[in-house]
Design a binder for this molecule. Structure first.
Ligand code: ADP
Length: 247
């Protein structure tokens, strides 16, 4: 199967620290990949290279019909196009505090993509409805719970109409009772056919939603496969150790 996302040989260092040591994987269109692994194994950095928030030092990343070789010089226009291929949701909602929920969601489409304001507003209302926040359009971020803010963050990323959604531990900063609503929204997106890569500590969620699980350790993909294999019958002792510690 051809991947919507293909990652080949991605390397990344920060100074002397080699964080990613040749990461390769494929994500077929319409599937969900969960990335798990110990703290410091490079999960967030992988996600950030997929969106070029951190530029890989080497490796080729292809999203849809755009392929970028990061060993070579990447020009600004290509980088901008590359970044717009995917939407990123961070650990904690970094919404603009002085803008309403609706303004937060239309900011990207109107300012970055120069889309007509009316059209962006209509889309944004639909997206807010999808994440269960239609009634909150005119409120400000401080008036919302952490989970609601996180769902606005998801709507804001979706508003740019990316091909791929990236989630970096989307529930780790939330109070336990707010986690379920956010995971439900991500599940709905999966059911709706979105292609997603989710860094998560929620193993049960990965089990339910992921088509593929990557176990990262020391900057490499130590093991990958369907959740039934990686999460319940891992081949690698280190995967087993990790799961024993967190389950
Ligand atoms: P994980 O998400 O698996 O916890 P990260 O990708 O966040 O791991 O980090 C992997 C390693 O890279 C860690 O040792 C972290 O300290 C280091 N690192 C991440 N980002 C930076 C950065 N911008 N500058 C320096 N070191 C970084």
């Amino acid at each position: 199967m051809t991947g919507l996302l293909t990652v080949r040989g991605v390397e990344k260092s920060f100074g002397d620290l080699r964080v990613l040591r040749g990461i390769s994987f494929d994500v077929p269109a319409g599937t969900v990949t969960a990335v798990i692994g110990p703290s410091g194994s490079g999960k967030t950095t992988v996600l950030r290279t997929l969106n070029a928030l951190d530029q890989a030092d080497a490796g080729v990343i292809t999203i849809g019909d755009l392929s970028v070789d990061f060993a070579a010089e990447v020009d600004r226009a290509t980088l901008t196009r590359f970044r717009l291929q995917s939407g990123m949701v961070f650990q904690s909602h970094n919404l603009f505090p002085h803008m309403t929920v609706l303004q937060n969601v239309i900011e990207g489409p109107v300012v970055v993509q120069k889309r007509p304001r009316d059209e962006a507003i209509a889309d944004a209302r639909e997206l807010l409805d999808q994440v269960g926040l239609a009634e909150k359009a005119d409120q400000y971020p401080f008036q919302l719970s952490g989970g609601q803010q996180q769902r606005v963050g998801i709507a804001r990323a979706l508003a740019l109409k990316p091909k791929l959604m990236l989630f970096d531990e989307p529930t780790s900063a939330l109070d336990p009772e707010l986690v379920g609503d956010v995971l439900r929204v991500i599940k709905d997106l999966a059911a709706g056919g979105w292609t997603m890569v989710v860094v998560t500590h929620e193993i049960r969620f990965a089990q339910q939603v992921a088509d593929q699980v990557l176990f990262l350790d020391g900057g490499v993909v130590l093991e990958s496969g369907p959740p039934a294999q990686v999460l319940t019958d891992p081949r690698e002792p280190r995967t087993r150790q990790f799961l024993d510690r967190i389950l």
